[in-house]
Design a protein around this ligand. Structure first.
Ligand code: SAM
Length: 717
C-alpha cells in the first residue's frame, strides 16, 4: 500500500535514529516541520480585524477611514501606528508588518474620530462584554446569549468560560460563493480573488481550532453547514483538525424547487458535516429523514408497578408522621374505594370513627395487627383517588375478605403527567391502567428530504413573521436546525450549544423549541458580527455614515435582526409590540404569539485599552464572562463591590482583607458553582482554594483584563 509523505518521513526519522544518526534525524524532523502536508493553503495570510468601538489610544495600530460620503479605497487599507494623541489629533507613522510592508507613506496627522483600531496577530488585545439588553420570561432558567462581535475574539473570550464544556457547535459559515458574501481584512471576497479559497480556509481554520478547544473532548458534536463551493475543502480541513473523530456528511434538500442553471444540474441541496468527538453518538430520530418508509413507532413497555399504600419500615407506626393515620372507605359490596377519611389525633380510638353506610373502613394495620401509617396524607390521597392513582385490591384468605390499598408513587405520577407513562385504559373502579412508553426511534439516513427544511418558507418567511419588514439573506429553516440539533442534544436537557456564525439566530430559536418540547434547560450562545449588506453599505455611505456610527450599527445584522428575533421569539411580540401571526409547525405546534418561557441576554464584544488594564480598571467589561462561566443564571455581579460579592451561582472576592467573611458566606450557600478570587499572590489564592474544598476556584489578576488578554495568533497555534 502506498505510504503517505508523512509516514515516509516518519520512517526516515526512525531509520536515522536506529543508525544512531541523531543529527540527521533532527534535521529531517526540522525539514518535516517546515513542510505542509494534506490540504495546502496559506495559513499565515494575515487576517486583520477592525475593532470598531475601541477608543483609539497611543500605541494602537489603526486605519484611517475614508471621508464621510466616500467609499473605502486603497488609502483606508494602509496601516498606521498611533505615536501620540493630542486633543482630537493623532500623530501617525507608517506601520509595517513583517509580512507586508505596504505602507511607505510619510508620517501624518489625522482626527481621532477618523481612525479605527485594527487587530494584528502580534498585538495582544483585551476583549470584554457589555450588556445591551435582556428579556426575561424563564424564571430561574439559564439565559440564552447573543454576542455582537467578531467571532474570532468572541471564541477566545469564551475559552475562559467554556473550554472543554460545549456539547454541540452548529455553524453555518459564509459559503464563499464568490458573490461577496463575506469579508477578509474588511474587503469583500469575490469570484475574481485568486486567494479566495486560501483566505476562506485560513479564516475557518483559525476559528475551528478555537472551536475544538471549546468542545467537550469526552462527548460533543460539531455540525457545519456548507454548500458545493467549499464542501470538499471543508471536508479535508475537518479531517485534519479532528483526525481521530468520526465524521459524516449529510446531503440535505433545502428547496426541492431547485435553482436551475443552464447546462448544469439544478441545485436543490446543501451539506451538513457532523463531526463526533469522544463518545458522542447520533441519536435515533422520529423518522428516517429521507422518506416515510420508516417512522418511529411508539411501543408500550411494561405495566407500571402499584405499591402498597401502607408504609413498611419498622418505624412506620401510628404517630410517627403527622396526618398519615386515617381510614380509607371501601364499598362493602364491590370493594372499590368510595372516599378518604380525615386523619385522626393520636389519642382517638380508630373504631370510634363513623363509617359511611355501605362501606368498610380500611386502616393502615401492620401484619401483627398493630397500627401503622399510610405513605401519603389524606389530601394527596383524595387528589390521587380523583385521578385514578389509588385503588383497592380484594383477596379472599381462609374465607376472610382482605383489602389492600395500593397507590402510584410520586415518580410514577409525575411520569404520567409528563407523558412518559401512558394511560391506556381504566379499571372498573376508575383506576388507571398504564404502561411505560417506549419510543422506538429510527436510524436517520444521510440524505434528508423534508418539506420542513425549506429555507424560504421556514427561514425567510418565518423571520418576516417575527420581524415584519426586516430581511435577512439566507437564514436556515428553523425546523432544519432543530432536527440537526435534536440528533445530538435531544437526550441532554442541559446541553450547551454554540453558534459562532449565527446570522439571524436560528440556532438559539431551535434550542428554545427543543426546551419547549421537554422542559429542558438547554442554552445557546450565538455570536455574529454586525455587518450590513453590500447594498445597505452603499446607501449608508451615500448618506454620510460610517461603520461605527450608531445610525450604521442600528442596521447591522446583530442589532437589526439577531437580537430582535430572539426577543420576538421569547415574547411572542414583533418589535412593534404586535402578537406574532402564525403557528409553529411540525414536531411541536403552537401559536408563535405564545412565545417561550426563556431568558436571554444581549452583549456587545468590547475592546479595552492597555492603560485601563494597567490601572486595574474595567471589571465591568469582564463581569459577564464570570457570570457566563458560572452557568449564566441568576444575578450578575456587574461591578466591583466592596470587599466581596455573592450572587446566586458564584461569588467574587475583591479584597483579600475580607477573606474570613467571604469564606463564611460562600460556605453558607451550597448552590454556588464557582468562586473568583482577585489576587496577584499565588499563595493567597492557594490558601482560599484549600479552605473551600471541592468548589471550583478561579484566580483573577488584580488588573482584571490581564486575565483575559488575547494573544491572538499565539493562542491558536
Ligand atoms: C450564513 S450566515 C448564518 C445564517 C444562520 N444560520 C441563520 O439561520 O440565520 C453567516 C453569518 O455569519 C456572520 N459572520 C461572518 N463572518 C463573521 C465573523 N468573522 N464574526 C462573526 N460573524 C461573522 C455573518 O454576519 C452572517 O450573518
Amino acid at each position: 500500500m502506498a505510504q503517505t509523505a508523512q509516514a515516509q518521513i516518519q520512517d526516515m526519522i526512525e531509520r536515522a535514529s536506529r543508525l544512531g544518526d541523531d543529527v540527521l534525524a533532527s534535521e529531517i524532523r526540522a525539514f518535516a516541520a517546515s513542510r505542509q502536508f494534506g490540504l495546502v493553503f496559506e495559513h499565515n495570510r494575515p487576517e486583520r480585524m477592525r475593532l470598531y468601538g475601541k477608543a483609539v489610544s497611543a500605541g494602537d495600530v489603526v486605519q484611517v477611514l475614508p471621508e464621510r460620503g466616500k467609499k473605502e479605497g486603497a488609502a483606508s487599507k494602509l496601516l498606521w501606528l498611533v505615536d501620540a494623541i493630542c486633543g482630537s489629533t493623532a500623530s501617525l507613522t507608517a506601520y509595517r508588518t513583517n509580512s507586508y510592508n505596504e505602507n511607505d507613506e510619510e508620517p501624518r496627522q489625522a482626527n481621532v474620530d477618523d481612525l479605527v483600531a485594527v487587530a494584528e496577530y502580534d498585538q495582544p488585545i483585551y476583549a470584554g462584554l457589555r450588556e445591551t439588553g435582556r428579556v426575561e420570561r424563564g424564571g430561574d432558567k439559564p439565559y440564552q446569549v447573543v454576542i455582537n462581535g467578531e467571532n474570532y475574539h468572541a471564541l477566545e473570550s469564551l475559552l475562559f468560560c467554556y473550554a472543554g464544556k460545549v456539547d454541540c457547535i452548529y455553524i453555518d459559515p459564509p459559503y464563499n460563493s464568490g458573490a461577496k458574501d463575506w469579508k477578509y481584512n474588511n474587503d469583500y471576497v469575490d469570484g475574481s480573488d485568486e486567494y479566495r479559497h486560501s483566505k476562506w480556509l485560513a479564516m475557518m481554520e483559525r476559528r475551528l481550532k478555537l472551536a475544538k478547544k471549546l468542545l467537550n473532548p469526552a462527548s460533543s458534536v460539531l455540525i457545519v453547514a456548507i454548500d458545493e463551493k467549499e464542501y470538499l475543502r471543508l471536508g479535508l480541513l475537518l479531517e485534519q483538525l479532528f483526525p481521530s473523530c468520526g465524521s459524516e456528511m449529510i446531503t440535505t434538500v433545502i428547496s426541492a424547487k431547485g435553482v436551475a442553471r443552464a447546462g448544469q444540474f439544478s441545485r436543490v441541496e446543501e451539506y451538513l458535516f457532523f463531526v463526533r468527538i469522544g463518545e458522542a453518538e447520533i441519536g435515533l430520530g422520529a423518522d428516517n429523514m429521507l422518506d416515510n418508509t420508516r417512522n418511529s413507532k411508539e411501543k408500550l413497555g411494561k405495566d407500571v408497578d402499584w405499591l402498597g399504600m401502607r408504609r413498611r419500615e419498622p418505624s412506620a407506626v401510628r404517630g410517627a408522621r403527622k396526618d398519615q393515620f386515617y381510614p380509607v372507605f371501601v364499598d362493602s359490596e364491590t370493594g372499590f374505594i368510595k372516599s378518604i377519611g380525615d386523619s385522626i389525633a393520636d389519642n382517638v380510638e380508630r373504631n370510634s370513627v363513623p363509617c359511611p353506610e355501605g362501606c368498610d373502613a380500611v386502616w393502615p394495620l401492620r401484619k401483627n395487627g398493630t397500627e401503622g401509617i399510610w405513605g401519603i396524607t389524606p389530601s394527596t390521597a383524595r387528589r390521587d383517588l380523583s385521578k385514578g392513582y389509588i385503588r383497592s385490591s380484594v383477596t379472599q384468605r381462609k374465607g376472610m375478605r382482605n383489602i389492600t390499598i395500593k397507590y402510584l408513587p410520586e415518580g410514577t405520577v409525575n411520569a404520567i403527567e409528563s407523558g412518559s407513562i401512558r394511560i391506556v385504559g381504566r379499571n372498573e373502579d376508575g383506576s388507571v391502567i398504564c404502561s411505560y412508553r417506549v419510543e422506538k426511534g429510527v436510524i436517520p439516513k444521510r440524505v434528508w428530504n423534508k418539506k420542513s427544511h425549506n429555507a424560504e418558507t421556514h427561514g425567510s418567511l418565518l423571520i418576516g413573521a417575527l420581524l415584519p419588514e426586516r430581511k435577512f439573506s439566507y437564514p436556515k429553516s428553523l425546523y432544519a436546525v432543530e432536527d440537526a440539533l435534536s440528533f445530538v442534544i435531544r437526550n441532554n436537557p442541559n446541553a450547551l450549544v454554540l453558534d459562532f456564525f449565527s446570522g439571524s439566530g436560528t440556532t438559539a430559536h431551535a434550542v428554545m423549541r427543543l426546551n419547549h418540547q421537554d422542559g429542558g434547560h438547554r442554552r445557546c450562545i450565538c455570536v455574529t458580527n454586525n455587518e450590513v449588506s453590500e447594498v445597505e453599505e452603499k446607501e449608508l455611505t451615500k448618506q454620510g455614515y460610517r461603520h461605527g456610527d450608531p445610525e450604521w450599527e442600528h442596521f447591522g445584522i446583530c442589532e437589526y435582526i439577531t437580537k430582535p428575533r430572539i426577543r420576538a421569539a421569547i415574547t411572542g411580540r414583533t418589535p412593534d409590540g404586535d402578537p406574532i401571526k402564525g403557528d409553529y409547525k411540525f414536531t411541536d405546534e403552537f401559536p408563535m404569539a405564545d412565545g417561550f418561557e426563556e431568558n436571554a441576554v444581549f452583549f456587545d464584544l468590547t475592546y479595552q485599552n492597555p492603560d485601563a488594564v494597567e490601572l486595574g480598571a474595567a471589571f465591568e467589561e469582564v463581569a459577564p464572562l464570570l457570570w457566563l462561566r458560572a452557568g449564566a443564571r441568576g444575578r450578575m455581579i456587574g461591578h466591583e463591590e466592596r470587599g466581596f460579592a455573592v450572587a446566586d451561582t458564584y461569588a467574587v472576592l475583591f479584597d483579600y482583607s475580607c477573606v474570613r467573611e467571604f469564606v463564611g458566606s460562600v460556605r453558607s450557600k451550597p448552590a454556588l458553582s464557582c468562586v473568583f478570587i482577585v489576587t496577584d499572590d499565588a499563595g493567597r489564592f492557594a490558601s482560599v482554594k484549600a479552605e473551600l474544598g471541592d468548589l471550583e476556584c478561579v484566580r483573577l489578576y488584580e488588573s482584571y483584563l490581564r486575565s483575559f488578554k488575547i494573544a491572538a495568533e499565539d493562542a491558536v497555534r
